[in-house]
Design a protein around this ligand. Structure first.
Ligand code: KIV
Ligand code: ZN
Length: 514
């Protein structure tokens, strides 16, 4: 079996998804989980985009020990220098350089002839070679690049010192047979191609990102780039969990395997969804809530007789284990701790005590506390943002015959408390108007979404909001059995993050790749 290297770009290309805005702590949290998942390479960001981005990549490079950390750079010296700075503490640093090569990009974006593209990329790789042993070069929009020119570019990259050549289908235009043919041709025609690794980087604009990545493997690719849950620019990137599980399930066909810890997949997916606020659709392959649900009678009958009739992957393969211990209002601390261990959370005594108090509170409001409820409760506050404002209480008056109003009690970090009432065109609007007044912050609500953590009328509701102030955006989350309280919590959480971001130098929002 050939080993396929997994290059995760959730923190770089994934973070380019509209509405996603990870702060440094969140990036580190995801990177540490990716390390547990066992990915080989983590692209942590684009350090030249802003000092804030550089700091994020540097923090990941410091925290992660068992994966190569990668920084992205345009083919310019200042970008390469920014990656050098960001990766100075990395155990296994790697530079990812790119330059567009397709006729459309050459003509309209770069305004360069083929020769200039070759020279610019070669100069950048040679400059970088003084500082990096590992260099990946990406001819951006390779999918729409003339195949003979792509061979020429790859040959130049190898000669100049690249150790990986990545083939991006930047706009998700390729079909599997066309994309596979690029790898076959490069393997057959480029001198010394065996001295480097070939990588595939696909986008999902036509829904073919996973199929294209697998076609690349079939035709000799050594590495697959993608993101967890397939998040990313526009329709997203190749969903890594799909490629990984395909190789695990059909290794005979592909004659290839990864070294991924499959049982960490569900947890990684959940964490990425939570911290990015990007909800995983129920029918998403591998990690969707319905991926292992069997609804029709015929299927259920088959499953009861023999699981393999309708199940090609078992849920526990990806770490979806329903624990047998059922907890309720009368459960004690000991049973609660056992439950946490059973679910894979080995917490300190202090953390167990805090979680237990929250659990008791929840069990008072909710008859059955499920594993999902406990997980949501434990993961609600993964990241500690300094609390400039604390929501002490919220009260809503609603009637469909009158204008809704809300009163919030907010405490500031200085200890001042104030109660403010405001009206709105709905209960949530009234709450948000009251919080705006109480905090004197002028913000724009860019996004609001709500989902229930489990089924049932008493399910926990999880709200995700994105707030914008001038050019800075921040997201926030809130969890409660009451959706209005969850909405208020999410808003205050986002406000605190916005203020934190405003204070940190070099903040930035979305980067532009030009
Ligand atoms: O899609 C793309 O072309 C990219 C490059 C920077 C590799 O993300
Ligand atoms: Zn991309």
């Amino acid at each position: 079996m050939r080993k396929i290297y997994i290059f995760d770009t959730t923190l770089r290309d994934g973070e380019q998804s509209p509405g996603v805005n990870l702060n440094t702590q969140e990036k580190v949290e995801i990177a540490l989980q990716l390390e547990k998942l066992g990915v080989d390479r983590i692209e942590a960001g684009f350090p030249a985009a802003s000092p804030g981005d550089l700091a994020g990549v540097a923090a990941v490079a410091k925290a992660v020990k068992n994966a190569s950390i990668i920084g992205l750079a345009r083919s310019r010296e200042q970008d390469i220098d920014a990656v050098r700075e960001a990766l100075k503490d990395a155990q296994d640093p790697c530079l990812h350089l790119f330059l567009a090569t397709s006729p459309i990009h050459r003509k309209h974006k770069l305004r360069m002839e083929k020769q200039q593209v070759l020279e610019t990329a070669e100069r950048a790789i040679r400059y970088a070679k003084q500082y990096f042993n590992k260099i990946e070069f990406s001819p951006e929009d390779a999918g729409r690049t003339e195949l003979d020119f792509l061979c020429e570019v790859t040959e130049m990259a190898i000669r100049a010192g690249a150790t990986v050549v990545n083939i991006p289908d930047t706009v998700g235009y390729m079909t599997p047979s066309e994309f596979g043919n690029i790898f076959k041709t490069l393997k057959e025609q480029v001198p010394n191609i065996e001295s480097i690794q070939l990588s595939a980087h696909c986008h999902d604009d036509l829904g073919m990102a996973t199929a294209n990545a697998l076609a690349a493997i079939k035709n000799g690719a050594d590495q697959i780039e993608g993101t967890i849950n397939g998040i990313g620019e526009r329709a997203g990137n190749t969903a890594l969990e799909e490629v990984i599980l395909t190789l695990a399930t059909r290794s005979e066909y592909y004659q290839a395997e990864t070294t991924i810890q499959l049982t960490e997949i569900a947890k990684t997916s959940r964490l990425v969804s939570k911290l990015t606020g990007m909800v995983v659709p129920g029918n998403k392959a591998i990690v969707g809530a319905n991926a292992f649900a069997h609804e029709s009678g015929i299927h259920q009958d088959g499953m009861l007789k023999e699981k393999t009739t309708y199940e090609i992957i078992s849920p526990d393969t990806i770490g979806l284990k329903e624990s047998k211990l059922v907890l309720g209002k009368h459960s004690g601390r000991h049973a609660f701790r056992e439950k946490l261990l059973d679910m894979g959370y080995d917490l300190s005594d202090e953390a167990v005590n805090t979680a237990f108090a929250k659990f008791k509170d929840l069990a008072d409001k909710k008859k059955n506390v499920s594993d999902e409820d406990i997980r949501a409760m434990l993961e609600e506050k993964l990241i500690d943002t300094p609390e400039v404002f604390v929501l002490e209480a919220v009260e809503v008056s609603y009637s469909n015959q009158a204008t809704p109003s809300a009163t919030v009690r907010i405490r500031s970090a200085a200890g001042e408390e104030q109660s403010v009432t405001a009206e709105g065109n709905g209960s949530v609007d009234a709450i948000y108007n009251a919080i705006d007044k109480a905090t004197s912050e002028v913000v724009e609500l860019e996004d609001y979404s709500i989902k229930s953590v489990t089924q049932g009328k008493d399910a926990l509701g999880e709200v995700h909001v994105v707030l914008k102030q001038e050019e800075v955006s921040a997201q926030g989350r809130g969890l409660s059995t009451d959706i209005l309280e969850a909405s208020a919590r999410a808003y205050v959480d986002a406000l605190n993050r916005l203020i934190d971001k405003r204070k940190s130098p070099g903040r930035r929002d979305k980067m532009s790749l030009i």
